[in-house]
Design a protein around this ligand. Structure first.
Ligand SMILES: *Cc1c(COP(=O)(O)O)cnc(C)c1O
Length: 412
C-alpha cells in the first residue's frame, strides 16, 4: 500500500508529499487498506472455526484504527483502564475484550467488571486474590483465564521476550494447576480459559507452536481432573518484515494451530498487535539539515526519538526511504532527530540521495511507534493521517505546544 508511482512514494493513491503539504511533518500516515487486509487475513484463516481475534491495542491505539477493527468484528486485548476507556469510546464490544497485564489495580478491575469484559488474563496468585475480592464486593463473578508462562525461548530481542522463567509475565508452568484448582473453588470467579504470550516480533513460528503444545498438555490434564476450559488464548507475537526477514505466514500458522488443537472443544483467541498494524503505517519526516563530517554524515530530520523510540529502545531497524527523487548523489547518513541525546536516531548508515528539505519515510512504523511517543524536549506529538484510496483524513491533530503544559500549575 506504500509504493512508488512516477518516482514518488504514495500511500495508496495519495503522494506522501501532498500529505506533508496538507498536514505538515512529522506525521504518521496509515493505509486503511493495509489495516483492513491485515485483520482480514487473520479472520479469513479463522473462518469456520470457533475463534476470535483480539487486537492488542497497545501496538497502536488511535480511535480511528480501533473503530475500523471493531466494525470488522475484532475484539481487543487491553492492558490498562485507559485502554479500556479508549476501546469503549471507539465502540468496542466489551464481551470481546480480554484484559492482560501484571499490575491491574482494583479500580481497573472494577471498571472492567462494570463494562462486562470477556475475561481477565490473570498473571499471579496475588492478582487472583484481589480480583476475587473486587468481584465479590460487586456481587459479580469475574471470568478468569490464567496467563501461563511456558518457559519457551521466543528467540527475539530480550526486551520483547516474555515467555521465559526469568520474565515477569505469567504464572510458572508448574504452579498453574494449583492455581486452577484454587480458582475453581472460588465463588467470586469463573475459570474460563488459559492464555500465553511469549514475546513480540517472532520471526519463526516454532516457539509459538512449542508453547501451544505445552498449553494443550496443561488443558488436557486439567480436563482430566474436571476443570474444563472454554477457551485457549495464544497471545500475539507474529513478526513482520522490517528489512529482509521472512516472518511466519499468518494463514499457515493458524492452520497449524487448528490442526494441533484438533477435536478439543476449545474456542481459540489470538491477540495480534504488530502484525495487524506494523506495516500499515509510515512516519513522514522532513530533512532540516545535512551535516557532513569526517567520521559520519548526518541527516538531521524533524522527527526524533520522542516520535519513534524503538530504534533507541531495542535497536529496531526501520527502512528509511526518500519520498521523491532529488537527482543528487547518494551518500551514507545517520538519520537523527533534534533531541538532545546521542540515542536519538531513526536509522544509522543509510544510503540516501537527498538534499536539505527533502522528505523521508520511515517505513513499518504502524506498531509501537506513535503510541510510545512522548513530549521529551517539549516536542508536540506528531499528527496522524489515514489514507483511504484517494481520500486522506486527519485522525489525530498535531499537538499544540500550549497543550503540553496546560495541566501544570505555577506555585503561589
Ligand atoms: C503486546 C502483547 C500482545 C501483542 O504482541 P504483538 O507482538 O504486537 O503481536 C499480545 N498479548 C499480550 C499479552 C501482549 O502483552
Amino acid at each position: 500500500m506504500f509504493e512508488f508511482r512516477n518516482g514518488s512514494l504514495h500511500a495508496e493513491s495519495i503522494p506522501l508529499d501532498a500529505i506533508a503539504r496538507e498536514f505538515g511533518t512529522p506525521c504518521y500516515v496509515y493505509s486503511r487498506a493495509a489495516l483492513t487486509s491485515a485483520l482480514a487475513q487473520y479472520q479469513s484463516a479463522c473462518a469456520g472455526q470457533d475463534a476470535l481475534v483480539c487486537y492488542a491495542m497497545k501496538a497502536n491505539s488511535n480511535l480511528a484504527i480501533l473503530d475500523l477493527f471493531a466494525r470488522m468484528g475484532a475484539g481487543f486485548d487491553i492492558v490498562s483502564g485507559g485502554e479500556l476507556a479508549r476501546a469503549m469510546a471507539a465502540g468496542a464490544d466489551p464481551r470481546r475484550i480480554v484484559f492482560s497485564g501484571v499490575g491491574k489495580s482494583a479500580a481497573e478491575m472494577c471498571y472492567a467488571l462494570e463494562c462486562g469484559i470477556l475475561c481477565f488474563n490473570v498473571e499471579s496468585a496475588a492478582e487472583l486474590t484481589r480480583l476475587a475480592a473486587v468481584s465479590g464486593a460487586m456481587d459479580r463473578r469475574a471470568a478468569v483465564s490464567f496467563r501461563v508462562n511456558p518457559d519457551v525461548d521466543a528467540r527475539t530481542h530480550p526486551y520483547i521476550s516474555t515467555g521465559l522463567k526469568e520474565n515477569k509475565f505469567g504464572i510458572e508452568f508448574d504452579a498453574a494447576p494449583g492455581l486452577y484448582r484454587a480458582a475453581s473453588r472460588m465463588p467470586q470467579v469463573e475459570v474460563v480459559g488459559m492464555d500465553c504470550h511469549i514475546g513480540s516480533n517472532l520471526i519463526e513460528p516454532a516457539p509459538l507452536l512449542e508453547a501451544l503444545d505445552k498449553m494443550l498438555e496443561l488443558v488436557d490434564s486439567l480436563a482430566g481432573e474436571g476443570i474444563r476450559l472454554r477457551h485457549l488464548d495464544l497471545g500475539g507475537g507474529l513478526g513482520i518484515r522490517y528489512r529482509d526477514e521472512t516472518p511466519p505466514d499468518v494463514a499457515a500458522y493458524l492452520r497449524e494451530v487448528f490442526a494441533r488443537v484438533g477435536a478439543r472443544e476449545l474456542k481459540l483467541l489470538f491477540e495480534p498487535g504488530r502484525s495487524l498494524v506494523g506495516n500499515a503505517g509510515v512516519l513522514l519526516t522532513r530533512i532540516e539539515y545535512l551535516k557532513p563530517g569526517a567520521a559520519r554524515n548526518f541527516a538531521v530530520v524533524d522527527a526524533a526519538m520522542n516520535d519513534l523510540i524503538c530504534p533507541a529502545l531495542y535497536e529496531a531497524w526501520h527502512d528509511i526511504v526518500a519520498v521523491g527523487n532529488s537527482g543528487v548523489a547518494r551518500a551514507v547518513y545517520d538519520v537523527v532527530g533534534p533531541v538532545c541525546e546521542s540515542g536519538d536516531f531513526l536509522g544509522k548508515e543509510r544510503e540516501l540521495a537527498v538534499r536539505e528539505g527533502d522528505l523521508l519515510a520511515v517505513m513499518s512504523a504502524g506498531a509501537y511507534a506513535m503510541c510510545m511517543s512522548s513530549n521529551y524536549n517539549s516536542r508536540p506529538r506528531a499528527a496522524e493521517v489515514m489514507v483511504d484510496g484517494e481520500k486522506m483524513q486527519l485522525i489525530r491533530q498535531r499537538e499544540r505546544p500550549e497543550a503540553l503544559f496546560a495541566l501544570e500549575h505555577l506555585l503561589r
